[in-house]
Design a protein around this ligand. Sequence first.
Ligand SMILES: Cc1cc2nc3c(=O)[nH]c(=O)nc-3n(C[C@H](O)[C@H](O)[C@H](O)COP(=O)(O)O)c2cc1C
Ligand code: SF4
Length: 705
Amino acid sequence: MSTRTFDALLAPGRIAGLELSNRVFLPAMDMNLCVEGEISDGEIAHYTARAAGGTAMVITGTGAVAWPIGATSRHQPAFSDDRFIPGIRRLADSIHAVGGRLCMQMCHHGKTASVDTADGRPQLVPSLLEGQPDLSALRDNPMDELMRLATATQGKKATYKVADEDDLAWVVDQFAAAARRLKAAGVDAVEIHAAHGYLLSSFLSRTYNKRDDRWGGSIENRARLTCEVVKAVKAVVGPDYPVIVRVNGHEYGPEDGLTASETAEAAVLIQAAGADAIHVSANAHNPFADFTDGPLPNTIAAYREHTKTIKRAVTIPVVAVGRMLPEVADEMIAAGECDFVSMGRQLLADPDLVNKIRSGERASVRPCINCYVCVEQNFFDGNPKCAVNPALCNEKVAVLSPVDRAQHVVIVGAGPAGLEAARVAAVRGAKVTIIEKSGRLGGTMWFSQLTTPANAMLVDWLTHEVQRLGVDVLLDTVADTSIIESLRPDAVIVATGARRGRPAIPGADLPHVLTGDALRAVITGEAGADLSSVGPVGRLAVGVGRAVGLLNRADRIRSLSKMWMPVGRRVVVIGGGLVGLELAEYLAERGRLVTVLEEGKHMGLPMAMPRRWTAVRKASDHGVTLVREATPVSISKVAVRYKSGDREFEVRGDSVIIASEVAPDRSFADELSARGWNVKVVGDAGHVGYIEGAMHSAHEVAREL
Ligand SMILES: Cc1cc2nc3c(=O)[nH]c(=O)nc-3n(C[C@H](O)[C@H](O)[C@H](O)COP(=O)(O)O)c2cc1C
Ligand code: SF4
């Protein structure tokens, strides 16, 4: 276990007159739990949990300064009237009671003010833009998702108003009035949202701001609105009260978008206007294409260079964000690259991160796996849910009560569902035994780390937790009724995963046709794997790899597979869901010519939207041929025939991988139930729901044993 002490990250800090217990913030994330702009008990529970977990300051999801005008949701915090003050005060009191600090993010949503559209008002913009946004990614969204995407606008088409002098004076006043209310409610700091394409950031951006008056053109003019807001807010709240400004360190997509050096110039002006800290985020021009670049990046410390550029330009504290893990955050603060860090999704996944690293339990921090399940709900105006933390937006399920009598729980299968069930049952004080047929923990999730490295963190965390909690693990053991009987369990949880079959078409059982399970077995050298499809060189490679232990670690397999893999040059993947699409990119990166045949109309459906859009784009960028509405008809040694509409086509392939035909498999559970045991089924064995389904179903079953 790491002995790192995170001294820089855990050191106290200060912004203006506000003392902060360490350097970790929760950045603004919409929970959408407000009721007509009023803070609800759910919001209070959410933020209080993160403050109680040791986070120095929590920043609430965007609140609308002129709500409902300029608002993005009726469920976001409203700051437009004194009647909202008591609710905000309840939140502030709750945060203070656990020793935390509260900052609220203030915004006018400009061109994304969906409530304006729903209410028939035009959205306020710096300029009218020509041309249509590229919505081609939406072809992989089924109709029900398209309809849900229109929830906040009620399906109405946006209209726009170019802001005039009166509008802008009104905007400035609205921010100042909101800040007055927040300070009066006991909020410790405010953040002015000048990022992510909302009104202030659209003025800052040359892409959106085409004006030639004093609000457009030079960076001084484009930053004027933000600076006026800062001055007005500071005049109301006073010099010691912290005013943070969130900016885009970079705009991904447009050629004339903001760059870090231009934002650094703006940051100097914003500091001169009175801001007390700069929070460096980023944005993408087209959320349907580049959302995984900004504002929710898929790489660790994604905005590090932008942050450094801005930090060099100003003397006030700088806050970094963008998949900040504790190690890189500590390193950046120690190196003077930033002063504070925001951890967004990581604190959704584990609200207790700071307390855990403070007490030397880094390995116990439940990791965010960067799956975008949370934010997908925001696209639908809904409440985020977290794939790995079932308590997000439902904090009461985080409290696990002790089991009411001594119990021995036997769990069959050590994939994410089995491990999570074991963890929860063990936390509750049950005696737990896991039976796993392979020689390692993680199940299909272990294999998924090859294509999705972030999943490795979840495997590691679950493994660490079941070991820490003293769960008995029987590896290389095939569960049967006699073993179960010998363990004398009070309850059995079956987490044996899905059945992965072959399509019922001619040629599906040819040796070069691999199911997902068979591919995993040959790549990882699983004992007993059928290696008949891989030829003599392949058999030798797998044999040697297994013998010298090269195939025990996913990162080694990932790099070794760049030299050799048990698949031919032309690969046809049947099934364009989560597994098929990620596998296709993995294979293409390793020089294979890949075609994905998907029977349905949409690629990547089980992936949360932003990840799906990126996966489709990246697969195409890697030269993968994606064929939708393609029903396989037959497989020969050299090709796969498929039907599309009334016509048949053929695609060449010397390896075929079946990534479809995944179905729940309750057979073992049924066998045990028939013998009278108390059996519960979790994960893909009961319902194919991947990591999210596995973690949630296991948590639910184990917390109610
Ligand atoms: C569910 C969700 C909602 C978000 N809502 C906001 C928001 O209201 N205001 C904002 O400035 N950023 C918002 N963000 C962006 C985060 O503040 C943060 O910048 C981003 O998630 C990157 O940090 P991370 O990689 O640590 O998650 C949201 C992110 C998520 C996951
Ligand atoms: S849903 Fe996925 S991306 Fe979001 S916080 Fe949870 S693990 Fe991270």
